[in-house]
Design a protein around this ligand. Sequence first.
Ligand code: NAP
Length: 283
Amino acid sequence: MYKIIDGKALAAKMRAELKAEVEAFTAETGKEVGLAVVLAGNDPASQVYVRNKIRACGETGIRSHAFYLPADVTQSQIEELVASLAANEDIHGILVQLPLPKGLDAERVLGLIPYEKDVDGFSAENIGNLAMNRKTLVACTPFGVMKMLESESIPLKGKNAVVLGRSNIVGKPMAMLLTNADATVTLCHSKTENLREICARADILVAAIGRAKFVTADMVKEGATVIDVGMNRDENGKLCGDVDYENVKEKAAYITPVPGGVGPMTITMLMHNAFIAAKRSVE
Ligand code: NAP
């Protein structure tokens, strides 16, 4: 019998706990935790993400500073804004919503965010620290997955963990976090040979490839923990993950649904990172 890891419920619990910690921080230091959110252009999906992030700030007592720039903003205008946020002591975290409108150099813009304020955990410094198992700001999605595993006390030490997908924002940091937790990790991608067999040996299987229902029941070991990061649309336009949930769940011991799994945890970890950045700023 499988158990669903309910990301929505865990996220709500963590946000309530964080709110109390943020309030205690403000009472103690006289400072609000400040998160700057920069959105350039009119991409509808980005607008939804930014709205959700600002709402999560409200729920956790974090002060959001939103900056909406037109789609024709110039490289120097957006760089000037990010540089001013980098220098602003009231801003502890800076988030630039990606993708930026065509013609803008995102790497240069992100490069202006000091690693102490890089609440997305995308910077080379933060990724390097993670690789070296040092205290750092960790990319929100894989960090959220670790919290989900922790919430069910799923053993990782010595276990076979397989991560599908090697992106810089999900797959690679996920593999590093699992390695740091003493799992034996295989990181798979589109060129991996014998992918199905590798997956079928996993005690913990994390799918982050962006292919609807790619992970089928024959790829899953009996009693495995299956974490679905994917966000896709199925043939009927319905939101679905990378895992064929209906068939895979019968073999899994633990499984995350889509929606209501990893998604709500990602934004929660962003709030968590903003709080960590604020605490470190006064240390
Ligand atoms: P990405 O940058 O597009 O990377 C996809 C990775 O999957 C690549 O490493 C690619 O391999 C690999 N891949 C693609 N097709 C494959 C296949 N058939 N077999 C094996 N590997 C394959 O994607 P991402 O940004 O990491 O996102 C992955 C998914 O997670 C997407 O559905 C995205 O929407 C979702 N996501 C969800 C959240 C959340 O909060 N829930 C957050 C971020 C992302 P190569 O490197 O060889 O090309």
